[in-house]
Design a protein around this ligand. Structure first.
Ligand code: SAM
Length: 278
């Protein structure tokens, strides 16, 4: 007899394929890329749709508390899930709302509204501090928290154009997780965030965090691992890490310290898979 699928709508072989710890994708820029690229650290909606499709069933609710220009929320529309997002920077909220006004999902692809019929990108994105906004949601009301926070303090993002992009900062507000003075403070905030995520999630459901590792002051900083450790302190069980790299948008390797010392070109990001196993 076929076992009931308690988590998602995938077949057994689709499930199995998705458990590979190496996660190489080749997503080309989509129709909304020219708008989303103004944010230096946006994620492909197709990636987010795959993650959402693993950790939820159709019509379930996904929360992204660090939503940026809406990679997860657009991914929720692609996957046929409901979504809700929070984002501190009004500029990113405005770009997402423009995308909502101008694009729809048609046969699993984002297209401009005037090119056909389809489903709207319906998930609301609210502007504000995620820790405050999460407190307004009801306990146990969310099926999955899937998000991509800033990667530590004073993170500088180099865009695909090769230019350093400071736009993702909210330089004037201490509420931005990236504006904390050091990594210890950042990890403290991650723990606070984890407690709220725990409260909002239903039992047996997942918190998925995309976290990049860093190279700081001549040393590798395994930020993904450190964040996962903090979330374990809150009660989450770490179920695995997938190493994600999008080949289509990978920047060329840089010749850091050649002939002198090993310095990694960090071309992957960690997808931390944490479960409220309670
Ligand atoms: C790595 S980006 C997320 C990008 C997103 N996945 C996308 O596809 O656009 C992290 C986001 O967290 C936001 N952020 C930082 N601190 C925040 C806070 N306290 N509350 C809400 N958003 C915050 C930043 O403005 C930034 O847009």
């Amino acid at each position: 007899m076929k076992k009931a699928n308690l988590l998602n709508d995938l077949s057994g072989s689709q499930w199995l394929y998705w458990t590979d710890t190496l996660y190489l994708t080749n997503f080309p820029p989509d129709a909304t890329h020219h708008l989303r690229k103004k944010h230096g650290a946006m994620k492909p909606p197709e990636l987010m749709a795959e993650i959402i499709s693993f950790f939820t069933k159709k019509n379930e609710l996904v929360l992204d508390p660090f939503a940026g220009v809406g990679g997860t929320l657009i991914g929720a529309a692609l996957a046929g899930r409901r979504g809700i997002g929070f984002e501190l920077n009004p500029r990113w909220v405005e770009i997402y709302r423009q995308i909502q006004n101008e694009y729809i999902v048609h046969n699993g692809v984002i297209i401009p509204k005037e090119q056909g019929r389809g489903q709207p990108i319906a998930a609301p994105l609210y502007q504000g501090h995620c820790l405050a906004l999460m407190k307004q949601l009801e306990a146990g009301s969310v099926d999955a928290v899937i998000t991509d926070p800033p990667y530590g303090c004073q993170h500088r993002v180099t865009g695909f154009s090769g230019e350093t992009n400071f736009n993702m900062f909210n330089p004037d507000t201490p509420l931005d997780f990236a504006n904390v003075p050091d990594f210890a403070a950042f990890l403290g905030l991650m723990e606070e965030f984890g407690r709220e995520a725990w409260r909002l999630l239903k039992a047996k459901r997942y918190l998925i965090m995309i976290v990049g590792d860093r190279y700081v002051d001549g040393e590798f900083l395994p930020l993904g691992f450190l964040v996962a450790e903090r979330l374990r302190q809150v009660g989450f069980k770490l179920k695995g890490i997938r190493l994600w790299s999008n080949k289509a948008t990978q920047r060329p390797l840089r010749p850091y310290a050649v002939y002198t010392s090993f310095v990694p070109n960090i071309t992957h990001q960690n997808i931390l898979i944490l479960k409220k196993d309670a």
